[in-house]
Design a protein around this ligand. Sequence first.
Ligand code: ADP
Length: 265
Amino acid sequence: MDGTKRVVLITGCGKGGIGYEYCKAFASHGCYVFASDLPDRLHDLADLASENVEPLELDVSSDESVAAAVSEVLASRGRIDVLVNNAGVGSTGPLAELNLDEIRRAWEVNALGQVRLVQAVAPRMAARRAGRIVNVGSVVGAVATPWAGSYCATKAAVDAMSDALRVELRPFGVHVIKVVPGAVRSGLGRANAERLAARSWRLYEGFEDAIAGRAGASQVGRATEPGVLARHVARRVLSPRPPRAIVFGHMTGLFAALAWSPLWL
Ligand code: ADP
């Protein structure tokens, strides 16, 4: 075992998503990466396995699974230098019609999943006076997006929690970095677009094709490649002075608010 490599734990690393690319990007910087995902997605982490990447079973919505995975990493490498809270699920459709169980699931994974990992990992980082925690949010946490209100709310929670955590953990030498991606050509973006394109919602049917296209497929067409985002994030997170936020990609920030909101009114 090489004790000098930085140990990185990443959640939600299934193929086709941004997490998969985070694994490659952190490994390319010489880190030792634990690439985790749900038990039934472990098979698509197999390609990633290498001298520097180890697949790991981790369901962020389960207290037991988080405790077991973190114990396994600590038993094997002794510490976690970087935690990347990336796992997420989509929740698409008009809030007035969306199933409450689906909304609960989004909170359980996207928001509480990050809290579970932070609670398992941050005290150990604080005790060592070192560590970086990366919480992946989304530009839609700040820009209200119709038919994604449920998902947006969970990402707004990630944003608020990351800001609070940053201040809470700073005195202990732990950096908290929030990542705010715009539209990314990856799993969730595609799933949302397909779901919107299927137009199974009563409230959605009345809208014009042009608006439907902007909300779904065309947004994905112009989206950022996940590998580009992941390489940018890994480089900045591992830099000697990591930023407090990384805002990156298509539709981010003020541009999104100005360019898109008139369409919804
Ligand atoms: P993105 O566009 O954000 O990359 P994906 O759907 O491709 O979206 O990736 C999200 C990842 O999070 C998937 O690999 C998925 O299996 C994973 N994931 C979803 N729910 C959980 C969970 N409860 N625990 C761990 N990983 C999860």
